[in-house]
Design a protein around this ligand. Structure first.
Ligand code: UDP
Length: 311
């Protein structure tokens, strides 16, 4: 297959590039590098069947030759980066999704949208099934990301219904692993960076808010299975093992032997209080379930960050 991956130099995008390159597919990675990094795909630059295009997909996307799958994974994704790049986030979710769908339509190719658990906002239903319609503020500090992704889902379903595009929508819950940017502000790079520097971990609020962390290899396996399944609507992919941020901080300090402890900082506004995927649909449709538990995944991730900090 020939697969176009927008956001191909990002955290998840680059792991998708690796996976499809390893399986012998042709990959065209497109990225404008505002939050992605060439370092994530440097090892692929000379690989057979791999091409990188430095381009902002919010502008018309031009790819020579036929395409079998378009995967739209371009977007700032951490609260820090979508706050910094608010307009770009809205544009890549809106205009970028439109352009990526246009590329899929022109090629009659399949289309995969990277969506997010943020479409559920600060959820009132727990855990969150795909049928839950969410609790999102359209004017709040996370609106640029949440609403862009909700719009992207609406656009994707419309291309499916109007143009009969074979769509997939993956609602990605908190994920972690190698190649997360150390400075992207998310809890995993923040805590691991602080722990490895021997600093106290910055827990926002009292740390009672929860998240459920999925290791990147499990996420990629779920996405690949979804491509092979017959489901055009949204599917949650995430690890249902829920943990409070305070317990997560303690775990990171333990795994890194960091004696510096924890400091509390103000909770950002609209920070979701609980988040956990209901993965019944993924289990049934994809026969998929996460294999890597938090300790194992974090040990690998910490080892990788150790190398990053040393370099
Ligand atoms: N968080 C924290 N300390 C940090 C960074 C994040 O306590 O240094 C908390 C944040 O308030 C949120 C959770 O960790 O409750 C996950 O935050 P992240 O930025 O990773 O992404 P989110 O899941 O909120 O999109």
């Amino acid at each position: 297959m020939r697969i176009v991956i927008t956001g191909g130099a990002g955290f998840i995008g680059s792991h998708l590039c690796d996976r499809f390159n390893r399986e012998g597919h042709e990959v065209v990675a497109i990225d404008n590098l505002i939050t992605g990094s060439l370092a994530n795909i440097q090892h692929l630059m000379d690989a057979v069947g791999f091409q990188f295009i430095n381009h902002d997909v919010s502008k018309y996307i031009s790819v020579d030759g036929s395409v079998d799958v378009v995967m739209h994974f371009a977007s700032p994704a951490s609260p820090k980066s979508y706050t910094e790049f608010a307009i770009q986030t809205l544009k890549v979710g809106g205009l970028g999704t439109h352009n990526a769908l246009g590329l899929a339509k022109a090629n009659r190719s399949a289309f995969v949208l990277a969506s997010t658990s943020e479409v559920y906002g600060d959820p009132e239903v727990h855990p969150q099934p795909e049928t839950y319609r969410g609790n999102v503020s359209c004017t709040g500090p996370r609106a640029m990301y949440d609403e862009a992704k909700r719009y992207a889902e609406a656009m994707t379903m419309s291309y499916h219904r109007v143009h009969n595009i074979d769509t997939r929508i993956v609602r990605i819950f908190n994920s972690y692993g190698q190649r997360m940017a150390l400075d992207d502000g998310r809890v995993v790079p923040n805590f691991v960076g602080q722990a490895l520097r021997g600093e106290p971990l910055t827990v926002y609020g009292d740390g009672s808010q929860t998240r459920s962390f999925c290791y990147v290899s499990d996420l990629i396996a779920g996405i690949v299975r979804l491509i092979g399944a017959q489901e055009n609507g949204p599917v949650n992919i995430g690890n249902p093992d829920e943990i409070s941020i305070l317990d997560f901080a303690k775990k990171i300090n333990e795994l890194t032997d960091n004696p510096a402890g924890i400091v509390h900082q103000p909770l950002p506004p609209d920070d979701p209080t609980r988040r956990c995927p209901d993965i019944t649909r993924a289990r049934r449709l994809l026969d998929w379930t996460p294999q890597v538990d938090l300790d194992e995944g974090m040990e690998k991730t910490i080892a990788w960050f150790r190398g990053e900090i040393r370099d």
